[in-house]
Design a protein around this ligand. Sequence first.
Ligand code: SF4
Ligand code: SF4
Length: 95
Amino acid sequence: MEKLEDKLFTVRNKKDEGNPHIRVLDHTVCAEKCTGKYCNHFCPAGVYLWSPETAKTLVSYENCIECGACAIGCPFANIDCETPRGGFGVQFKFG
Ligand code: SF4
Ligand code: SF4
């Protein structure tokens, strides 16, 4: 069976430099309330990474495949996720 990494390799992203379409609204909520750091697990593209050093959730928005999970996955509604503006974002090679 094909691995997720192999499938993600077929996806292309056009990074909208300086215009992130995803923002974590309040890093204090991540640090103090969210024990599970759920976004680090539910995002299929590995966009989110909790950084203990900076006490922030790092967001690699350029890897987003626009699956929509973060709109419902964060139990604190702490993620603002929009669709990238026209011409940017994910491009699917197959189907
Ligand atoms: S799931 Fe939400 S509150 Fe928890 S770490 Fe991610 S963005 Fe922060
Ligand atoms: S829309 Fe999907 S791929 Fe993009 S950041 Fe949210 S969970 Fe990750």
